[in-house]
Design a protein around this ligand. Structure first.
Ligand code: NAD
Length: 269
């Protein structure tokens, strides 16, 4: 297989499970050295398992504990990775969580936690990545771009979601964060795009696929009639990080089996 990301260093936030782990594996297969970020001591073992799997298939990488909502921790992660590997070429802004609640019962704590991890975390990591991309500039043997950022958004950057106002607000915020920095840094050859997953089978949404009844109900929202897998996202992330997508910046790519096609209207509304 062609190693389209050979020699490139990728930080993947929230990569000890789910989509982040899948993306880390896909980037590694394509030749990137991967930094498997995880937030706390309790997620270290899972991150090490992802790394072991990557090393078993001949890949390279490290695990790194850092809470993406904490400015000092994010700055230290980038500084340490740059010291160890010389630079960072790709950032996958993937870490995210949900704290669901009917709106009138939503606490400020639930609101703040989701915004601070899902949105502020993406700001902090993107800022540190772009500083490094600007410092290093383009290395033509590696990539036509000076750096690539992929923001893990969601179909909920466009689909409203009652009972999840904090989560939907964070993803809507990611859309214009992504587009604003894509616009600001396109002249510097930094590409910034989002992936908007639909329903992907991971721990974050186990309630939606954990029983046959739940899965059947979920499938009514998915015209393509299957739940997505982390590899579906991983393949697109490799493409978005590679020069195959060199003319693409400021775009949200929906990977959702048609969830955003208003399936409720498929039988004449
Ligand atoms: P997941 O729960 O498996 O992954 C989320 C990861 O984020 C976990 O590994 C967790 O440890 C990490 N994380 C949480 N707080 C963190 C912090 N403060 N610092 C660093 N890491 C932290 O779920 P997932 O489905 O793999 O979610 C990954 C991303 O994809 C999220 O941004 C989520 O919103 C998005 N997404 C998922 C789906 C889906 O259907 N699974 C759909 C749309 C969007």
């Amino acid at each position: 297989m062609e190693k389209k990301l050979a020699g490139q260093i990728a930080i993947i936030t929230g990569a000890s499970s789910g989509i982040g782990a899948g993306v880390a594996k896909s980037l590694s297969i394509s030749g990137a050295t991967v930094v498997i970020n995880h937030p706390v001591e309790a997620t270290k073992a899972a991150a090490e398992m992802v790394l072991a799997e990557i090393k078993n298939t001949g890949g390279e990488g490290i695990t790194y504990q850092c809470d993406v909502s904490k400015e000092d921790e994010v700055m230290k992660m980038f500084a340490d990775v740059i010291t160890q590997f010389g630079t960072v070429d790709i950032l996958i802004n993937n870490a995210g969580l949900q704290r669901d609640s009917p709106f009138t019962e939503m606490t400020l704590e639930q609101w703040d936690l989701v915004i601070s991890v899902n949105l502020t975390g993406q700001f902090l990591c993107a800022r540190e990545a772009i500083k490094e991309f600007l410092r290093r500039g383009i290395v033509p043997e590696k990539s036509k771009a000076a750096g690539k950022i992929i923001c893990m958004s969601s179909v909920h950057e466009v689909i409203p979601w009652s009972g999840h106002a904090n989560y939907a607000a964070s993803k809507g915020g990611i859309m214009l964060l992504m587009k604003s920095i894509a616009q600001e840094f396109a002249p510097k050859k930094i590409r910034v795009n989002s992936i908007c997953p639909g329903a992907i089978q991971t721990p974050i949404n186990k309630a939606a696929w954990g029983t046959p009844e739940a899965l059947q109900s979920l499938l009514t929202l998915i015209p393509y009639q299957r739940i997505g897998q982390p590899e579906d996202i991983g393949k697109a992330a490799v493409w978005l990080a590679s020069d195959d997508s060199d003319y693409i910046t400021g775009t949200s790519i929906f990977i959702d089996g048609g969830m955003t096609l208003y399936p409720g209207f498929s039988t004449n509304g």
